[in-house]
Design a protein around this ligand. Structure first.
Ligand code: ATP
Length: 259
């Protein structure tokens, strides 16, 4: 872990009077798992949106593998090796899990029709292999609209992995996942990503997940990074505990009653 895979410098973006990014500087190191925490509205999703081409910063620059990517389209950024998963999974609900992942496999070749993967066995085989790695083989033939939240999140991430990214950004991969399933799901996810040598940035509200799986944690606050470092250090900081973790634990209570 010595080289920056992604480098964000001086990112600014305002929505009217709201400064969603107010001077973000961040290096994501090759091979690391970086967690982003922070209260609602701090600008965490905005950072992911800027990095993946869904939003263009008003100022500043993002470089990936030394190349400026600011302002490129989401598809162009995917082609360079950056994928994302969403806070609300973006699955084709009337298709099966396997068909969804096969669609992502086919999209690597510029094919975006949901019908094509049904016709080409190679795409389906690769999709099966990915689902196997995620422990999702049992639900390969289940329609996406019949999945519970945890399975839906994992299927969405499996689609992102099917794009063969070197960097994966995940927006709240565990939100809505039952507390009893959460650690096992993240364990699987981390194993798949480490095996595939994928660097990961993930927005997370569960501090137990951050503590256990992140190499570093960045604390977002009002469009800025208020703290950055190893979880054991950052989460022990009284200011972080007071201003972020208290809020996070409180916010996480309804879906994570164990917290
Ligand atoms: N498209 C948009 N138009 C207007 N305001 C926006 C837009 N996207 C984000 N914002 C505002 O920018 C600020 C940062 O939002 P963002 O979604 O990045 O925060 P967040 O830290 O991801 O929050 P959460 O934890 O609730 O997802 C918020 O005040 C939000 O209302």
């Amino acid at each position: 872990m010595s080289e920056a895979l992604l480098r964000a410098s001086g990112l600014h973006l305002a929505f009217g009077g709201v400064r969603a990014a107010d001077g973000i500087d961040l290096d994501v190191m090759r091979g690391e798992f970086l967690a982003i925490i922070g209260p609602n509205g701090a600008g965490k999703t905005t950072f992911i949106n800027m990095t993946t081409g869904y939003l263009k910063p008003h100022a500043g620059e993002i470089a990936y593998e030394g190349r400026r990517i600011t302002g490129l389209s989401p598809r162009a950024i995917v082609r360079l090796g950056i994928a994302r998963s969403f806070q609300l999974p973006q699955l084709f609900l009337e298709h099966t899990v396997e068909q969804n992942v096969a669609l992502a496999v086919a999209s690597r070749e510029g094919i975006w029709s949901p019908l094509v993967p049904l016709l080409r066995p190679g795409y389906r085989e690769e999709a099966r292999d990915i689902l196997d790695r995620f422990g999702l083989s049992a639900i390969a033939d289940t329609r996406a609209d019949a999945l519970n939240e945890g399975a839906r999140k994992l299927a969405d991430i499996a689609m992102a992995v099917a794009l063969k990214p070197r960097l994966l950004l995940m927006d709240e991969p565990t939100s809505g996942v039952a507390a009893s399933e959460k650690m096992a799901i993240v364990e699987t996810l981390v194993t798949v990503l480490r095996d595939a040598k994928v660097t990961a940035v993930f927005v997370e509200h569960d501090m137990d997940v951050v503590e256990r799986f992140a190499d570093r944690v960045a604390v977002w606050s009002q469009g800025r990074i208020a703290a950055l470092g190893p979880p054991a250090e950052v989460l022990a900081d009284p200011a972080v505990q007071r201003e972020v973790i208290g809020i996070e634990r409180h916010a996480a209570t309804p879906e994570a009653p164990h917290a």
